[in-house]
Write a protein that binds this ligand. Structure first.
Ligand SMILES: Nc1ncnc2c1ncn2[C@@H]1O[C@H](COP(=O)(O)OP(=O)(O)OP(=O)(O)O)[C@@H](O)[C@H]1O
Ligand SMILES: [Mg+2]
Length: 273
């Protein structure tokens, strides 16, 4: 369980997270959406200690992150990072290591497993993400979707309770997005908490149990994706969802029978194409 209380974050005196409170339960999949600059990536980075913050707290089980500079929070930050994995938008794989080499790095040198145990774990994780046949390939020899799955396996190698993903669909074609939904659904069944920043509403709708809409560093709205997408309570959410469509410059289509509201006009919307 991740519990965020009154989280505030400023850059150069400018508030970018303004009193965020939220809970992320085991097995829950939360889609974090909102306009560009609303603070989504910053929130995600704070959640696993990549970014210090100015006020509030983040609790993961019995580990608590307090405000302040990174140095003063050393032990707590490393505990939280073990419990909360992060999959970066650009994956950041080690270019000079194979797929298997990338996955076993942390078990070997952070968790202290011996080579045999780390390799066994690495192979099991590559199998889980469907990449057993590519264990000897280097990142440059892997497709974007494959590199992403290596990055997910690498994050899982720390046996985290939660996985944070920043725009995991941004570099994937629609077929790969479907595969990612399948993979993440399987991880959810294992009880992992998943928090994904996304601009792709189809992804959010298919995967998430809850959607948080961030605006100006605050949670503007939250609820099941179908509710937020079809019956947004706030004018700003409506404007944001409408804006997504405008960015794509897609004409609005007629809502499907039995459906109303904005969701019907962007069944596979993504603002980042
Ligand atoms: N290192 C930094 N220094 C100063 N300002 C920053 C820094 N990182 C982010 N910001 C600012 O904080 C605000 C929130 O940024 P953030 O990256 O969290 O937005 P986002 O919601 O992820 O946007 P996007 O959808 O474009 O990725 C923005 O105004 C951004 O310019
Ligand atoms: Mg971002």
């Amino acid at each position: 369980m991740i519990e965020v209380k009154d989280l505030c974050k400023r850059y150069d005196g400018r508030t970018v997270l303004d009193g965020i409170s939220a809970c992320f339960a085991p097995g829950e999949v939360v889609a974090l959406v909102g306009p560009s600059g609303s603070g989504k990536s910053t929130l995600l980075r704070c959640l696993n200690g990549l970014e210090p913050f100015d006020a509030g707290s983040i609790r993961v089980g019995d580990d608590v992150l307090a405000p302040g500079v990174q140095r003063a929070r050393g032990a707590q930050v490393s505990n939280i990072r073990r419990r909360v994995g992060f999959v970066f938008q650009q994956w950041h794989l080690f270019a000079h290591r194979t797929a298997l080499g990338n996955v076993i790095e942390a078990p070997r040198y952070v968790r202290g497993l011996d080579a045999k145990a780390a390799t066994e774990l690495g192979r099991a994780l590559l199998e889980k993400v469907g990449l057993s046949h590519r264990e000897g390939a280097y990142p440059s020899e892997l497709s974007g979707g494959e590199q992403q799955r290596v990055a997910i396996a690498r994050a899982l190698a720390m046996e985290p309770e939660a996985l944070l993903l920043d725009e995991p669909t941004s570099a994937l074609d629609p077929e790969r997005v479907g595969e990612l939904v399948e993979l993440l659904s399987r991880l959810r069944e294992d009880g992992l908490t998943l928090v994904a920043v996304t601009h792709e509403m189809r992804f959010a709708r298919e995967l998430a149990s809850r959607m948080l809409v961030l605006h100006g560093g605050r949670i503007l709205e939250e609820g099941p994706p179908a509710q937020v997408l079809e019956r947004p309570r706030h004018e700003r959410t409506r404007a944001f969802l409408g804006l997504e469509r405008a960015v794509r410059q897609e004409p609005a289509v007629e809502p499907e029978p039995g459906r109303t509201g904005v969701s019907a006009v962007f069944p596979a919307a993504t603002a980042r194409e």
